[in-house]
Write a protein that binds this ligand. Sequence first.
Ligand SMILES: [Zn+2]
Length: 433
Amino acid sequence: MESIAPVPLKHKIVARNSPDHLNTVEETRSERPISAEAFGSDLIWLIKQGSDPSVLAETARTLQDDLKKAALNPSRLPYVVKLADDFIGEGLGESKTEVEVDLFSDKWGEFTDKIHGATSLIGKTEPAAILQAISSLDTEQITELIIFHNNNFEKSRKAFEEKAPAWKNEFIQKAQAAIDSGQLPITRQQLEDRISLTNLDLGDGLGSPTSTTDRYGTFEDSTETAVIFQQTLREATGKKTFFHELTHAISGRAINILEPGQRYEGAGDNQRIGLRFLYPGSSPARIGLHWLNEARTESLAAQIAEVGATAYPSERQLFSLLLTSGSQPLDQKLFDEAYIEDYDPSLAPADRVPKWKAMYAAVNQAYAPGFLLKLDQYIKAKDLERIKAMLQAKSNAERAKAAEQPGGVEQALAQIQQNWRVIQEFKLLPRAA
Ligand SMILES: [Zn+2]
């Protein structure tokens, strides 16, 4: 029988408060600058160094390619649009004088026309339009856009440094209230211990143009860092996003290290965080139950913040359906207890993740043996089909069209509403040898 209990890798799983883990967090933390950098900061650095124009142009072209990739990514496209909108709105007002004496001033009108034309089309959600606009910019125009973006990021960094400590305190207080009302199955001591390990950081939503996993912020478990994107900070839902990342911080773990004092294999390589776990290997498909982890994280964060949930709507809807579509209803508490549970390596193997086992057994009972993993595989296979269609597209327009197709979670939603047994019987294509 398949088991959802963490699969032992060739590494050691240690307790969260073990010296091994604390040392590793300390080491990875010192290797990584705590403040993440803005998209394109490498170009700014080169400009300050007085680098050769050909080097600057090449770097600008790479950034242009990254922006094009971001425009094709539904999680990143809003940030490309925001960048263009801000540049038209703020950039024109604030830096017009600078721009007039600027090397690129004669191109200003042409530039705003291109970007503005594209962003008004984006209102109609057409990635192809912004893609085309970005493609049409020359390296000087891209450079201007990157300078503007980096100046904005610095302003946000200051705002974040002011806001973050107060938000963190508010999170702790509200989480305690949620514990007291029975909505959050964690002890006050666990909450305190887990939050005290957590770093706070500002990130850039444009920073990972192809990543689809993090829409508003991210949590880096290898450095215990909650990152909120600069673009999100300014939104009304900014605080909720911050709470979402802190909810990841207090979720359960199976912490994976190589040897005492050695660093993780890569960022985020803990064997489990919350309900998300890793299969052995290095394929992107090794991430298990990402959708479920985000669904619960967002709902718990919204509950703690006492606001409505906003992120991961399809994932949350799929979770609701999972609770009610089987032969018997499932208790949400089972999932939340598993979400909070730390893997305890000091206990006998059979006793290390009792809440996980209870959750998994309940899903088996309501559906069929292994259903939770089948559902996860189904979602990943459908996502992969969509990505393949994007890669095989012959034109940008075709690629943008493929990007707009429903993702794996949406397809699973439709299927579970119709007949969940199709998911149970779903056969993965055999892996290429
Ligand atoms: Zn998340």
